[in-house]
Ligand binder design. Structure first.
Ligand SMILES: Nc1ncnc2c1ncn2[C@@H]1O[C@H](COP(=O)(O)OP(=O)(O)OP(=O)(O)O)[C@@H](O)[C@H]1O
Length: 278
C-alpha cells in the first residue's frame, strides 16, 4: 500500500430500515455512499439529525449490516459480519469506535484499568500492566480515575478511558460518533485537543461523525455532507465551510448560532426543504 492508498474505502453503501412509524413503509437511511480516507487523514461526516450518520458509523464497525456496498480497511474487506472469534478480533484491530455515550464500551463493574487490561488481554498484548499504565497516562487519566469504576467518573474522563480502550489494539481507523456532543464546551475542547495530539503522534486515521460544524472545523481535513442518506457535498473542510456549493451545506452553516443570529428557516426540516432535490 502506498501513502495515498486509502486506509478506509467505502463503496456504494446502502441501508434501508422498516419505518418505525409505519410498519409497511421503509426508510432509506444510507443511499449509495462512497468514501475514501487516506492514512492519517481525518474525515468528518456531517448532517442534521436523521441524515444517516450513525447508520454509516455502525456499518463501518460491523454493528449494522449494509444491504449493499462494501467496506474495506487496509485492503481487507470487512463488509461481511465477522463470525469467528478470530475474525471479530481482526475486525476490532482494523476499526474501533468511540460512542457518544462511553458507558456503551466500558464495563460498569470493572475499574478503568481493568477494562483496558482486559482489552489488551483479549488481543494478546504482552506487558499488559505497563501498557495499561502507558495508555491511561497518554489520555491524561491519573491514579484515582484508573482505579475508579465508570459510574464515578465525569463524561470527559469516561471519553478519555474509552479512547484509551480503543487504542489498545492500535486500530487502522478510529470512528468517533458524536464523541464530544454530550460534553460541556470546555471539556469538549480538551477531548478534541487530545484527539488532535493522538492523530499527530500516532498517525491515526479518523472518521468523525458530527452535527456540529465547529467540531468539524476543529478536527477534520475533509468533510462529507450528508442529506437524507446521500453525500451531497465533499471536499477539503476549510473550503467547504468557507465556500459551500450545496444549498444544504449553506443551510447548515446558516443555522449555526452567532451574534445577531435569528433562527428563521435555518432549522427547517431538511427533508422538506430539499425533498425534491436530485
Ligand atoms: N434501527 C432502526 N430502525 C428504523 N429506522 C432507523 C433505525 N436506525 C435508524 N433509522 C432511521 O434511519 C435514518 C437515519 O438515522 P441515523 O440515526 O443514522 O441518522 P443520524 O444522522 O445519525 O441522526 P442523529 O444525529 O439524530 O443520530 C433516520 O430516519 C432514522 O429514523
Amino acid at each position: 500500500m502506498t501513502e495515498d492508498t486509502p486506509v478506509l474505502r467505502v463503496d456504494g453503501l446502502r441501508k434501508t430500515f422498516r419505518s418505525r412509524v409505519r410498519d409497511s413503509e421503509s426508510v432509506i437511511a444510507v443511499d449509495s455512499v462512497s468514501l475514501a480516507v487516506a492514512p492519517g487523514e481525518s474525515l468528518a461526516i456531517v448532517g442534521e439529525s436523521g441524515s444517516g450518520k450513525t447508520t454509516i458509523a455502525r456499518i463501518l464497525v460491523g454493528l449494522e449490516r449494509a444491504d449493499a456496498g462494501t467496506v474495506e480497511v487496509a485492503g481487507a474487506d470487512v463488509t461481511a459480519p465477522a463470525r469467528s472469534r478470530r475474525a471479530r478480533l481482526r475486525r476490532a484491530r482494523a476499526i474501533q469506535m468511540v460512542f457518544q455515550n462511553p458507558y456503551g464500551s466500558l464495563d460498569p463493574a470493572a475499574t478503568i484499568e481493568q477494562s483496558v487490561a482486559y482489552a489488551l488481554a483479549l488481543h494478546g498484548v504482552p506487558d499488559r500492566r505497563v501498557r495499561t499504565a502507558e495508555l491511561l497516562d497518554r489520555v491524561g487519566l491519573g491514579k484515582r480515575e484508573r482505579e475508579a469504576r465508570p459510574a464515578s467518573l465525569s463524561g470527559g474522563q469516561l471519553q478519555r478511558a474509552a479512547i484509551a480502550r480503543c487504542l489498545c489494539v492500535e486500530p487502522d481507523v478510529l470512528v468517533l460518533d458524536e464523541a464530544v456532543a454530550a460534553l460541556d464546551v470546555s471539556i469538549q475542547a480538551q477531548i478534541l485537543l487530545l484527539i488532535d495530539e493522538l492523530r499527530t503522534e500516532l498517525g491515526l486515521t479518523c472518521v468523525f461523525i458530527s452535527h456540529d460544524l465547529a467540531v468539524v472545523e476543529a478536527v477534520s481535513d475533509r468533510v462529507a455532507v450528508l442529506l437524507r442518506g446521500k453525500v451531497v457535498e465533499e471536499g477539503d473542510t476549510a473550503s467547504v465551510l468557507r465556500d459551500p456549493r450545496h444549498e444544504y451545506t449553506q443551510m447548515l452553516l446558516d443555522s449555526v448560532p452567532r451574534p445577531g443570529w435569528v433562527p428563521t428557516g435555518g432549522r427547517a426540516d431538511p427533508a422538506d426543504t430539499f425533498a425534491t432535490r436530485p
